[in-house]
Design a protein. Structure first.
Length: 605
C-alpha cells in the first residue's frame, strides 16, 4: 500500500505541474483566438481537463536546472524516474564527495529512484507527512464524489417522479429539428411541470426535459431556437463531457486552475451551442438573445433550478454570450473547422502522453589530473588528452585491477555507451580485458556529450565510470579502474505458511551515491537471480558498505503478489526488505503473500 501511495502522490505532483504549464499555454491561445469561433477555445480547454486523467507515457527532458538542484528535487519524485536517474549522484565506496551527474537513464535496466528510508528520522517524518496528506486527499476525493453522486441521484429521482413521455406532436417537432442538425438518433423527450425551461440531463448523450406547456408558451422562432440549442448539447455529447469534468475536478480538487479550466469549458460550451443555433436556423441574433433572456426569467420564477445543460446560466455568462452574439460582423459555425480539429489533435497528441522534466545542464569539462602510480590508490588514475577538440578514432586504454591486491583482473566485461547528437544511445559496445587487465576501448567518431563505461565481472562489484562535458568531455588516454571484490549476500523467500518458494525472480538494484568528477564513479548493480528448491538465493557482487536507502530488492513469482517493474520507474518494493546484517550472513527471510485467483470467460459479441 505504501508503494501505491507514493506512486499516486508522485503522479498528482507531476500532473499538477504539467497542468499549470498547459493551462498557461491554452490561456494564451484562447486570448489569441478570442475573436474566432468558440469551437476553437472549447477544444483547447478540453485538452487541459483531459490531461488530468491521462497519465504520461514518456518523459521529455529539458536541461535547464543548475547542476546541484535536480538531485535534491528528483530523489523524492519516483514518477519522474528518468529525470531522477539523470540527476542522481552515485559513489564508489571510500571515494570523494558526491557531485551531480546529468546523463540520461541507462536503457538496459529500469531506473530505480528510491524514496527516503524509514530508518532516517527526518525521512520518516517526510514519509509520515506524505501518508497523512495522501489519506486526506483520498478522503476528500471520496467525499466529493459521494456528494456529486448523491446530488445527481436526488435530481434524477425527482425528475423521474415528475416526468412523463412527450406527446406525438412534440416528439415530431423535436425530430424535425434534429434532422435539420443532421442527427441520426433522436433523443428521448420528457415533459415535467416542475421544470422552467428545456435542458439536457443524463450520463452520456442525455435526454431532453421541457416544461409541459413550453411548445405553446413561446413564439415559434424562440421555441425552435431553444430546442435546437438543447439538441446541440445532445449531438455533441456534452453531458458525458460534463461528467468527465466533474470527475477530474474531484481528483484535482486542490488545483485552482482545474476549477478555472472547467469554468471556461462550460462557458465556451454554451457559446458553441449558440453558434450552432444561429448557423442552422434563420433566427436573428436579436430574437435569439431575447429567447435566452425569456428563459432566464422563467428560471427565476421556477421552484427548482434547471440541472444539467440548459440554455441559461449565470447572469454574467449570459451577458458575455449576448455581447459575443451581437458583435458586428461575427460569423457562426455549425461545427469546428478542420484546422481547429487538426490543431487540437496535434496539441493533445503531444501534451497528453508527455511529461516535461527539468534536468540539469552540463558543466564545462574538467581535465583529470595525471597520476601514473596506480598501485598506491583505489581510485581511477588517468592521463588527460586534448580537451579542446574531439578527434574521430580515439582509443582509451582501460586497465582494471583488484582494489585490494592491486593485481590486474582479466576477463572483465567493459560496456561502452555514448550519448549526444546523432549517436544511438542504445548501441552498446563490449570488450574484455586481457591477462594483464588491459583493454583498448574505441570511442565513437561523433563528438559525444557523455561517455560511460561499465566494468563488471562475477565476484566483483560492478561500477559505472562516467564523463560529461560540452561540447564534448575531455577523455583520458588511459585509466586504471579498481574493482572491489564482492561480498556474499542473500536469504530465503517463503510464503505466509513458512514454506520455501522456489523459482522466485529476485531483482537486486543498488546505485550508490557516487563521487568524483570526470570521471564520476558509482556502484552500479542491476542483478537478477532465482531461488532454488529450498527458496534460497544468493549473489556475490555486493559492496562491503551499502547505503540502505539506495538498495531495492524486488520479488516476482506468478503465484504470489509481485513487484511489476518497467523501464523508467522503480517503485518501492512490495515485500519488506530485511536488515542488511541478515542479508550479509544469508539468514534474511522475505515473505511473499498469496494473491487472489481471478477467472472468467471471454465470448464473442
Amino acid at each position: 500500500m505504501e508503494s501505491i501511495s507514493h506512486a499516486i502522490a508522485d503522479y498528482l505532483v507531476q500532473q499538477s505541474c504539467q497542468l499549470t504549464g498547459l493551462f498557461v499555454l491554452v490561456l494564451f491561445l484562447s486570448w489569441a483566438l478570442r475573436n474566432s469561433s468558440a469551437h476553437w477555445r472549447y477544444l483547447l480547454w478540453l485538452v487541459v481537463v483531459t490531461k488530468c486523467i491521462v497519465p504520461p507515457v514518456f518523459n521529455l527532458s529539458f536541461a535547464v536546472l543548475p547542476p546541484n538542484a535536480e538531485s535534491k528535487t528528483n530523489r523524492h519524485t519516483a514518477y519522474a524516474a528518468t529525470a531522477a536517474g539523470n540527476a542522481a549522484t552515485q559513489a564508489l565506496p571510500n571515494a570523494l564527495s558526491p557531485v551531480a551527474s546529468t546523463e540520461p537513464a541507462r536503457p538496459a535496466p529500469f531506473i530505480a529512484t528510491p524514496l527516503p528510508s524509514a530508518s532516517n528520522s527526518a525521512d520518516s517524518t517526510h514519509i509520515t507527512l506524505r501518508a497523512w496528506l495522501m489519506t486526506l486527499w483520498l478522503a476528500t476525493v471520496i467525499v466529493t464524489l459521494a456528494s456529486i453522486g448523491t446530488k445527481a441521484w436526488k435530481t434524477h429521482r425527482r425528475l423521474r417522479q415528475a416526468r412523463m413521455p412527450a406527446d406525438h406532436d412534440t416528439c415530431a417537432l423535436v425530430a424535425a429539428l434534429a434532422k435539420r442538425l443532421g442527427m441520426r438518433r433522436i433523443p428521448t423527450i420528457y415533459l415535467a411541470n416542475s421544470v422552467a425551461q428545456p435542458f439536457v440531463w443524463g450520463w452520456g448523450r442525455g435526454s431532453i426535459y421541457m416544461p409541459q406547456h413550453f411548445v405553446n408558451g413561446v413564439s415559434v422562432e424562440q421555441r425552435d431556437a431553444i430546442l435546437t440549442h438543447e439538441l446541440a448539447h445532445v449531438s455533441r455529447w456534452d453531458a458525458a463531457a460534463n461528467n468527465i469534468q466533474l470527475f477530474a475536478q474531484a481528483i484535482f480538487f486542490f488545483h485552482p486552475l482545474v476549477w478555472w479550466a472547467n469554468k471556461k469549458i462550460r462557458q465556451e460550451r454554451e457559446k458553441c451551442c449558440d453558434e450552432i443555433v444561429l448557423a442552422d436556423t434563420k433566427t436573428s441574433t436579436r430574437l435569439y438573445c431575447e429567447a435566452i433572456v425569456e428563459m432566464l426569467t422563467m428560471e427565476f420564477e421556477a421552484r427548482h433550478a434547471s440541472p444539467g445543460l440548459a440554455v441559461t446560466g449565470s447572469t454574467k455568462n449570459i451577458e458575455d454570450r449576448i455581447v459575443s452574439i451581437l458583435t458586428p460582423g461575427r460569423s457562426f459555425r455549425r461545427r469546428p473547422t478542420r484546422a481547429a480539429i487538426v490543431t487540437t489533435i496535434l496539441v493533445a497528441a503531444f501534451v497528453l502522453p508527455t511529461a516535461l522534466v527539468l534536468t540539469t545542464h552540463a558543466e564545462p569539462a574538467a581535465t583529470v589530473a595525471p597520476n601514473s602510480d596506480a598501485s598506491n590508490t583505489t581510485t581511477p588514475t588517468a592521463t588527460a588528452s586534448n580537451k579542446n577538440a574531439w578527434a574521430p578514432g580515439q582509443v582509451i586504454d582501460v586497465r582494471v585491477i583488484n582494489a585490494q591486491t592491486k593485481e590486474p583482473i582479466p576477463g572483465v566485461t567493459l560496456e561502452l555507451q555514448n550519448m549526444g547528437p546523432g549517436i544511438n544511445f542504445g548501441d552498446v559496445k563490449k570488450s574484455t580485458t586481457d591477462a594483464d587487465g588491459h583493454s583498448l576501448v574505441k570511442l565513437c567518431d561523433l563528438p559525444p556529450t557523455a561517455v560511460r563505461i561499465y566494468p563488471s565481472k562475477p565476484g566483483f562489484v560492478p561500477l559505472r565510470v562516467y564523463w560529461e562535458g560540452q561540447p564534448s568531455p575531455a577523455m583520458p588516454k588511459s585509466i586504471t579502474i579498481p574493482l572491489e571484490p564482492g561480498k556474499a549476500f542473500g536469504g530465503t523467500v517463503r510464503n505466509e505458511a513458512g514454506e520455501p518458494i522456489p523459482d522466485v525472480l529476485v531483482s537486486i538494484d543498488y546505485w550508490a551515491t557516487g563521487s568524483g568528477k570526470n570521471p564520476h564513479i558509482r556502484d552500479n548493480i542491476n542483478h537478477k537471480t532465482k531461488t532454488d528448491k529450498d527458496g534460497h538465493w544468493q549473489v556475490d557482487i555486493m559492496p562491503a558498505t551499502i547505503e540502505t536507502k539506495e538498495l531495492h530488492i524486488y520479488l516476482t513469482h506468478p503465484n504470489y503478489i509481485s513487484d511489476h517493474l518497467k523501464r523508467g520507474f522503480g517503485p518501492i518494493p512490495i515485500t519488506e526488505q530485511p536488515p542488511l546484517e541478515k542479508l550479509f550472513d544469508r539468514t534474511a527471510e522475505m515473505v511473499m503473500k498469496k494473491g487472489e485467483t481471478l477467472s472468467g470467460r471471454v465470448t464473442a459479441s
